[in-house]
Design a protein around this ligand. Structure first.
Ligand SMILES: Nc1ncnc2c1ncn2[C@@H]1O[C@H](COP(=O)(O)OP(=O)(O)OP(=O)(O)O)[C@@H](O)[C@H]1O
Ligand SMILES: [Mg+2]
Length: 321
């Protein structure tokens, strides 16, 4: 079975690309075949994080129909079981792709043979990023343990939920218009939750609203706290859980804590992934734990409710050790 793992963040520069590269290497070392895909359209740098030379061909060639099959764009990373599809700096940044093009891309991706297909996404809540994040129920959200980063992560999740809701209604339907209006009003300062919108939509079409809210219920974003410094950082993570649960009805799962590590910063300059140059460092240890969690709990399993913050407590204990 192929697991698609989109990796996003509300805020830029929180460590997504380094996370993808080092996770890919760690999973490949654990015997999994991994394909890394640079989907940060217009801002690609995944190849640099892997220490692989830039390529003149990349995902843009598929998007702009210069190649028919994604397979043609897969490059070797010089490591066993680890492959990548580079981004494409030669082609101009691709602002909102037409929806059908994204669907075609995702369908094509799923025909490629790999245990894990990791998607390095651009930061923020553009339609491209949100739609790619929705390629799987258990996408990874990277954030740093700071209030702004947590609030940005929450905003991103909110966009994901609204997008899912929007997509579940027919184009030009009254419901889509209602969702659009609701979001615009919110921007103007009202503070109503998703539950309120769902209630409003139910008046129109109870059936599709039920389908949509069920779909939102299947989302279990997996959060990684990166650049952590203290075990108290965990309490910041608990805030994201609380607001996502209260306002969106979404459960988040914490799958890892990666310490701020000077060795990682140096590895960027040396263009050698830190899990290879320093396999015993704090960041590499955190990455091993994340890879283990991903291998042991595939996203197809039923969502778990962490009423007692057990996952966060476990991370806290790991840091204290
Ligand atoms: N755990 C960490 N410890 C120390 N520094 C880190 C850590 N993770 C990331 N960084 C720093 O953050 C910088 C940005 O990382 P990266 O390029 O992976 O972020 P990104 O989220 O992909 O950015 P963008 O949103 O621009 O795509 C790195 O160059 C590195 O210096
Ligand atoms: Mg990046």
């Amino acid at each position: 079975m192929t697991t698609v793992l989109p990796v996003a963040s509300g805020k830029g520069g929180v460590g997504k690309s380094l996370f993808c590269a080092n996770l890919g290497i760690t999973l490949a070392r654990a015997g999994k075949t991994v394909l890394l895909v640079d989907l940060d359209l217009g801002g690609s740098n995944l190849h640099t994080c892997l220490g692989v030379a830039g390529s003149s061909r990349g995902i843009g060639h598929f998007i702009h129909r210069r190649v028919d099959r994604l397979e043609e764009l897969v490059v070797d990373t010089g490591r066993q079981k680890l492959f990548m599809i580079p981004g494409d700096s030669l082609l101009p940044a691709t602002a909102n792709l037409p929806y059908f093009r994204k669907v075609k891309l995702l369908r094509e991706l799923q025909t490629l043979v790999a245990d894990y297909i990791i998607l390095d996404l651009g930061a923020g809540s553009s339609f491209n990023t949100v739609d790619f994040f929705l390629a799987a129920a258990g996408g990874v959200l990277v954030c740093t343990p700071e209030t702004t980063s947590i609030l940005n992560a929450y905003s991103f999740l909110k966009s994901v939920c609204y997008r899912m809701l929007y997509r579940s209604f027919a184009p030009k339907s009254a419901e889509r218009q209602m969702i659009h209006d609701f979001m615009t009003e919110r921007i103007e300062g009202t503070d109503r939750s998703l539950a309120c919108l769902l209630e409003k939509l139910t008046e129109g079409s109870a059936e599709s609203t039920t389908t949509a809210s069920r779909a939102i219920g299947t989302l279990i974003p997996r959060v990684v706290l990166n650049m952590g410094r203290h075990s108290e950082d965990i309490t910041i993570g608990a805030r994201l859980r609380e607001i996502a649960r209260r306002n969106l009805g979404v459960e988040v799962e914490y799958i890892g804590f990666l310490p701020a590590d000077e060795l990682l910063v140096r590895s960027v300059i040396k263009r050698t992934p830190v899990v290879e140059s320093h396999p015993e460092c704090g960041y590499a240890n955190g990455m091993n734990a994340i890879a283990r969690t991903l291998i042991d709990s595939p996203t197809s399993s039923n969502p778990r409710l962490y009423e007692d913050d057990e996952d966060l407590t476990r991370l806290g204990e790991m840091i204290a050790e």
